[in-house]
Design a protein around this ligand. Structure first.
Ligand code: NAD
Length: 481
């Protein structure tokens, strides 16, 4: 078999130790890989590359299209953006797959029957990272949920369920509150779900769904969710199986894939031969399936299960009574190598014979443009006088075409007209100028409103046009409206 080129980064903290362990195991199992090592993370940040990666490292990724990455340390504050998020977004790794299952009775957990795969949208949501401070008192982060982004991740979840013989896909969203963004996610889940009659489908509001996941994880199978919920809940899910050190993840895009542990660089544990390499190893197992070396993946996974069954445990999962031997990273790796070719005796052995590499190719439907009509504008104002009625009375005079002031909100709550005196107001006001008939207005009316608001002496911090799409309103109402 010819060797598959892969890019490897040893990362920071415990990264180098767990990467050495992982590579030694998969190579002993017969992985046919040709490794190109790149440097990322702390040292690269320190050399002045604020992205944490040097330009030539992208060349390696472009060539191999497969990346096995150890965790890195993200400097806090300053102009540093997370390299993990950068890599995922720059090379379009839209799906993050995080399997979390219990290894009862060999690894202590309150949830012996848990076997959940979290499929996290990986590029959008609040991770668009578009943040602004707009007034002395108010900051903002834009939550972006797109149709193509949502369609890709939802289809991926259903295709994954089919390929891995899973029975149910659950969607988590918060569309009772975010009716447009999370509403789109839920709606597309319902629509696309009809194309998968063989798979059971359900939707949970994320808060109660998360509570149920923490309490009764055996009720779930595959769960698909927007980026932030998936980030948080996959750590929760991994932790309740026993340790965050146990979960691996695959980041999948159309042309690239990256495999890693879900945890970070755990600097306090670095350099002591302590860390559990299982998360990165299970990431590497997913990589082997992806590069069509499923047989090797299966051999490694089963030897790993057998090692845990034999009670050979790193410190994070070691428990008197259940465990037999507390070992370091290197000894744990050697114990797995010694068991290559063996199957677990109590735990279910994995079978990857039907998993045939990167077969999940998602085709999304082209967007059909709708009839989009401009019906108004939200003008956001910085004004430290906290009297909404005074602001309202000043803005009532402003009109253009059919657009006039219809409401003012503060942090989304309607405060004019007819606001409640009890509502706390900040210095950040959304002033809605709208054609109540919802018929089309002119762009020049928006410009005129903007100019009149400036002329009235107010400071505009941003505007947001109001549209209808095929007659459907494309903006949220004010709270209490
Ligand atoms: P962390 O996941 O690195 O560690 C938290 C704790 O979990 C550790 O102190 C340790 O007790 C335990 N732990 C984690 N992995 C373990 C393992 N393999 N074996 C045994 N115990 C393990 O989280 P943190 O301390 O919040 O973050 C440290 C750094 O990692 C930060 O700079 C953060 O930005 C970064 N980070 C990187 C990634 C990534 O590269 N994908 C992901 C998350 C965090």
């Amino acid at each position: 078999m010819s060797k598959t080129p892969i890019t490897v980064a040893y990362g920071d903290g415990i990264g180098p130790e767990i990467m050495e362990a992982t590579l030694s195991i998969i190579q002993a199992a017969g992985a046919q890989i040709d490794i190109d090592t790149i440097e990322i993370g702390e040292k690269v940040y320190e050399r002045g590359h604020s992205a944490g990666i040097e330009p030539h490292a992208w060349e390696s990724l472009r060539r191999t299209r497969v990346f096995l990455k150890a965790p890195i340390t993200t400097p806090q504050g300053g102009g540093f953006k997370s390299l993990n998020v950068t890599v995922r977004k720059v090379i379009g790794l839209y799906a993050n797959i995080r399997p979390c299952n219990s290894l009862h009775p060999f690894v202590q957990t309150k949830h012996p029957k848990m076997d959940v795969v979290i499929i996290r949208e990986n590029e959008e949501d609040l991770y668009a990272g578009i943040e602004h401070q707009q007034t002395d008192e108010v900051t903002q982060c834009l939550k972006l949920i797109s149709k193509p982004g949502t369609e890709k991740i939802i289809r991926y979840a259903f295709e994954y369920a089919r390929q891995y013989n899973r029975k149910k896909v659950t969607c988590f969203s918060k569309d009772n509150i975010m009716k447009i963004t999370d509403g789109l996610f839920h709606k597309m889940f319902d629509e696309i779900g009809t194309e998968y009659p063989d798979i059971e489908k359900e939707h949970w509001i994320v808060d109660i769904g998360a509570a149920k996941l923490a309490d009764t994880p055996e009720a779930f199978d595959v769960i698909v969710m927007p980026n932030l919920y998936g980030d948080i809940l996959s750590d929760v899910a991994a932790r309740i199986t026993g340790s965050v050190g146990l979960a691996g993840s695959a980041n999948i895009g159309d042309g690239f894939a990256m495999f890693e542990a879900i945890h970070g660089s755990a600097p306090r544990r670095a350099g002591q031969n302590l860390a559990n390499p299982s998360g990165l190893l299970l990431g590497a197992v997913q990589m082997l399936v992806h590069i069509n070396q499923a047989e090797v993946a299966q051999k490694v996974h089963n030897a790993w299960l057998r090692t845990l069954e034999d009670g050979i445990h790193t410190y994070d999962i070691y428990k008197e009574g259940t465990s037999k031997e507390k070992v370091g990273t290197r000894e744990f790796a050697q114990a797995i190598i010694d068991r290559l070719g063996q199957l677990p005796q109590t735990l279910k052995a994995v079978d990857y014979s039907k998993a045939v590499g990167k077969t999940i190719q998602i085709q999304i439907k082209p967007t059909v443009p709708s009839k989009k009509e401009l019906v108004g504008v939200d003008i956001f104002i910085h004004e430290s006088d906290r009297d909404p009625n005074k602001l309202g009375e000043a803005l009532e005079k402003i009109k253009a075409g059919d657009m006039r002031l219809t409401m003012i909100t503060n942090r989304g709550v309607k405060v004019y007209p007819g606001g409640m005196p009890e509502t706390f107001c900040t210095d950040h006001w959304r002033c809605r100028f709208k054609n109540e008939a919802l018929t089309s207005c002119k762009g020049s009316d928006v410009m005129s409103i903007y100019q009149q608001v400036l002329d009235a002496g107010f400071e505009i911090i941003k505007t947001e046009n109001l549209y209808t799409f095929d007659g459907n309103v494309g903006f949220s109402a004010g709270q209490g409206q």
